[in-house]
Design a binder for this molecule. Structure first.
Ligand SMILES: Cc1cc2nc3c(=O)[nH]c(=O)nc-3n(C[C@H](O)[C@H](O)[C@H](O)COP(=O)(O)O)c2cc1C
Length: 331
């Protein structure tokens, strides 16, 4: 129905990437996304136990080979120095010939070089023109422009500025919009701005397949955009969360001492690792049922999420709403 650089590059039906979500996206969600003929992705950090990532990738590769007419899958690598599993995970992904990579937070050079050796594609998360220029010159195959209101590490710029400004500069380069898109209307709007597709996270938390607690899914359905706040208490880098009573209790800022340790050259790397580890533990507890210390990552698109649906139905709704929006021809 709709053809963009994203749909042609990956031979998919809808220009949608189911975005990588820490502690949320797993292989079942990815398979459901592939069956819905979109791209399903997950952060490699969701599989931290020895041997786990390798077996998941083998499982996804055989799923892809056995069934015809599927979408595809990809992994997200946090290329930051403070990710202790980066090198190990990259090598496992390369060995298993992962077809698609999304890099975030650090320098993607090594991923691009290694992935290109066997024809895989690498898209890089960026939040501004400067970073986009950098990944473009390193040979990335596309960029994911993360704007305001996105779930996780949201960018500072609204998509209505970010997408057209990137488009002006990188005319024939695939640009994917991320942040606040949970309806076909929203998808239509970023296509009009010049994007080749959308990377959608928060909408897929409220799915039957998401392996998180019912409380977390219900919180996404019940929250409104003003319930989404930024906190530094998870990874040091500001991240969007639902403003639960626990989030309010622990506050949103790092203390002066934490700030000092995260800026000092000698302590920076190790302190960040420690903060991330502590943040990860808090998040891990939050996604299981019955926990009251709730730190739930979600973006402002919760405003339009009113139901928990299957991934197939979510994709179908995007398709129907996009068609409607294009047909309505209001302007
Ligand atoms: C629960 C959650 C976890 C996330 N974890 C990651 C992650 O591990 N790595 C990453 O690059 N982005 C992560 N993100 C950001 C998403 O990949 C994507 O950019 C974002 O969800 C898009 O905005 P939206 O949530 O408004 O659709 C996360 C987002 C959410 C909601």
């Amino acid at each position: 129905m709709i053809s963009t650089k994203l749909t042609t590059l990956f031979n998919i039906e809808m220009p949608i990437i189911m975005a990588p979500m820490f502690l949320v996206s797993d292989s079942n969600m990815v398979k459901a996304a592939m069956k819905s003929k979109i791209i399903g992705t997950f952060p490699t950090l969701n599989y931290r136990k020895e041997g786990e990532l390798d077996s998941i990738l083998k499982e996804l590769n055989s799923f892809k080979n056995e069934i015809e007419d599927l979408g595809t899958y990809g992994v997200n690598l946090i290329t930051q120095k403070s990710n202790p599993l980066y090198k190990k995970h990259l090598n496992i992904c390369i060995k298993n010939k992962v077809p698609f990579y999304i890099t975030s937070l650090g320098n993607p050079k090594e991923v691009i070089e290694k992935a290109h050796k066997y024809g895989a594609k690498v898209f890089c998360d960026v939040t501004n023109l400067k970073h986009a220029q950098k990944v473009f010159s390193l040979g990335a195959d596309g960029i994911i422009a993360v704007g305001q209101g996105a779930g996780g590490h949201a960018g500072p710029n609204p998509l209505h500025i970010l997408i057209p400004s990137l488009k002006q500069k990188f005319k024939d380069f695939p640009i994917i919009a991320a942040g606040g898109i949970s309806t076909g209307n929203g998808l239509h709007s970023v296509l009009v701005l010049g994007a080749d597709g959308a990377s959608v996270g928060t909408r897929f938390i409220a799915s039957h397949e998401a392996p998180v607690s019912q409380e977390y899914k219900d919180a996404v359905v019940n929250a409104k955009s003003e319930d989404i706040v930024m906190t530094e208490r998870i990874s040091g880098t500001p991240s969007t969360i639902i403003n639960t009573s626990y989030a309010k209790k622990i506050g949103y800022k790092q203390s002066w001492f934490e700030k000092l340790l995260s800026k000092n050259k000698k302590t920076k790397k190790y302190f960040k690792m420690l903060i991330q580890l502590k943040g990860m533990k808090k998040l891990e507890k939050s996604v299981v049922p019955g926990n009251y210390k709730n730190l739930w990552i979600a973006g402002k698109s919760v405003e339009f999420i009113n139901d928990i649906l299957s991934i197939k139905k979510i994709t179908q709704n995007f398709k129907n709403e996009l068609e409607e929006s294009i047909k309505s021809n209001r302007f």
